[in-house]
Design a protein around this ligand. Structure first.
Ligand SMILES: NC(=O)CC[C@H](N)C(=O)O
Length: 308
């Protein structure tokens, strides 16, 4: 299998697609991004990077960051985190508030907005928001082995200025006693983590620890236990695309986490860490061409968590 050729082919197929979805416009700073872009990067177990298209262009990783925040939170807080956030797919939109009322402020999973705000709150644990944001940035730079990873403060402020739904989710959970810190601080951490800016190459490198059962390939040190790495991947498969998670699992068959910036991080255990990016989204807020590209890559490589 010639992966380098395959990613180049997929990138040129995506360039020819005319139906590219719609760029997220509810965050003003994201509305300006051109939908014409597409990038793909595949890092294999031996460390080789196969990339094509706009694979070096930085983009706002948005909800893909929920994977890294969850990893850090599990490492810091451990299993106690699961008292505050569930592990079930929500079947609802990523920013829905509906289930929180009958489920008493406990979000269904860490990959919807409400769940990620709880994770941000858990990471804060009484620390200063700036310090926590700095910790997250350093963690992602370490994972990617790249100090060029940045947080785009314009995106973070743009989102804070229009993030009424996220503030509503945080306030609602605070009312149920499921937020230990001030709503403003938990949301500040959340908005800044969403504003992490990475290229496909950086993102695929950052995701390698999930391909290698929790080991950071650069240093050989554990980022997280093998059991937790498997569980994070399980959550990516069941919850990583919100109410489009079933469809993604059906079409692609590997764990993936999407973000409204148009990025998706996908993991083939033991084989590859993949990042795709195209800013146009489908009706569930997942990258339209990113999903299509992963479907084609999975088809052509035979990669799936359902086959040996
Ligand atoms: N699905 C997403 O990527 C959502 C993240 C975005 N920052 C929001 O809170 O709305």
């Amino acid at each position: 299998m010639d992966l380098s050729k395959m990613v180049v082919e997929i990138a040129s197929e995506m360039a020819a697609e005319t139906d590219r979805g719609h760029v997220a416009d509810y965050i003003p700073a994201l509305a300006r991004v051109s939908p014409d872009q597409f990038g793909i990067a595949v890092v294999t177990a031996d460390g080789t990077v196969h990339a094509a298209g706009d694979a070096e262009t930085p983009f706002s990783i948005q909800s893909v960051s929920k994977v890294f925040a969850l990893t850090l939170a599990l490492d810091r807080i451990g299993e106690a985190l699961w008292h505050r956030v569930g592990r079930e797919p929500s079947g609802s939109a990523f920013n829905s508030i509906v289930q929180l009322e009958s489920e008493r402020g406990i979000p269904r999973n860490p990959f919807i907005n409400a769940g990620a705000i709880v994770v941000s709150d858990a990471l804060l644990a009484g620390h200063d928001a700036r310090e926590t944001i700095g910790d997250l940035l350093r963690f992602v730079r370490f994972l990617a082995e790249d100090d060029g990873v940045e947080i785009d403060s314009e995106v973070a402020h743009s989102e804070a200025g229009t993030g009424f739904r996220n503030f509503a989710l945080a306030n609602y959970m605070k009312a149920f006693g499921n937020l230990g810190n001030a709503v403003e601080d938990a949301c500040k951490v959340y908005f800044h983590q969403c504003a992490l800016t990475m290229s496909c190459c950086q993102l695929a490198k950052a995701g390698r620890y999930l391909m290698t059962e929790g080991i950071h390939p650069g240093s050989g040190t554990p980022v997280i236990t093998p059991e937790r790495a498997r569980r994070i991947s399980a959550l990516m498969l069941t919850c990583g695309h919100y109410d489009g998670s079933g469809e993604f699992a059906f079409r692609v068959g590997i764990p993936g986490k999407s973000g409204v910036g148009g990025g998706i991080l996908a993991i083939v255990p033991g084989k590859a860490s993949i990042a795709v990016w195209s800013p146009g989204l489908n009706e569930r807020g997942n990258s339209k061409l990113g999903s299509l590209a992963l479907e084609r890559l999975a088809e052509r490589t035979g990669w799936s968590v359902f086959t040996a």
